[in-house]
Write a protein that binds this ligand. Structure first.
Ligand SMILES: CCC[C@@H]1OC(=O)[C@@H](C)C[C@H](C)CCCCC(=O)CCC[C@@H](CC)/C=C/C=C(\COC)CC[C@@H](O)[C@@H](O)C[C@H](O)CNC1=O
Length: 155
């Protein structure tokens, strides 16, 4: 159980270190090709949420994030004992929410740098916290689906 918070802490550490490196060694807008026409490191800032929605609504983001974190911690304390995978999913969601919260608190914007091109579609530039949130969402849905299937079969 406690190791789930360890996992969150580790992901938050990676998130903050990568963001710090980008702000230290790259100008905003600077781009480094990792895999040509597929993967770039592009130093980017976002005052909004996914796809840049709600630019500058920091107070809203603080409130939403505190609610999300409170809910996740409560759920980790009660529900995660059941299945390991939903525990890991909650831990990744917690890490992602806190990672971007730290940016919003101290930078008033979020640092993004993972720039992926799928075909000629340029996916919004994101960061480790976003990836952790997205993986957490997918993992949580899978864990919940498997859990329900098990309960149905048990009947
Ligand atoms: C990942 C959630 C976004 C993250 O939410 C957060 O912080 C949470 C904890 C707090 C928000 C204030 C509230 C959630 C709003 C819901 C939302 O937004 C719908 C999202 C769906 C999601 C499926 C899971 C898509 C994914 C998109 C992207 C990530 O793809 C990997 C593109 C990321 C780039 O636009 C990048 O510039 C974003 C920037 O880093 C700030 N990040 C955030 O606001």
């Amino acid at each position: 159980m406690i190791w789930l918070y360890g996992l969150s802490f580790f992901v938050i550490l990676i998130d903050q270190i990568t963001k710090w490196l980008v702000t230290m060694f790259m100008e905003v807008g600077e781009r480094i090709a990792i895999v040509d026409s597929f993967l770039y490191l592009t130093s980017h800032r976002n005052q909004g949420a996914a796809w840049g929605i709600l630019q500058g609504q920091m107070t809203f983001f603080y409130i939403i994030t505190v609610i999300i974190v409170a809910f996740l911690v409560y759920y980790m304390q009660t529900q995660a004992k059941e299945s390991k995978w939903s525990g890991i999913a909650l831990s990744l969601l917690l890490a992602g929410a806190i990672g971007n919260f730290i940016d919003r608190l101290f930078r008033k914007e979020v640092v993004d740098f993972v720039d992926v091109y799928i075909g000629n579609y340029n996916y919004p530039i994101f960061n480790v916290a976003d990836a952790s949130l997205s993986i957490g969402v997918v993992l949580f849905l899978i864990a919940t689906f498997i859990e329900e299937k098990k309960q149905k079969e048990a009947k």
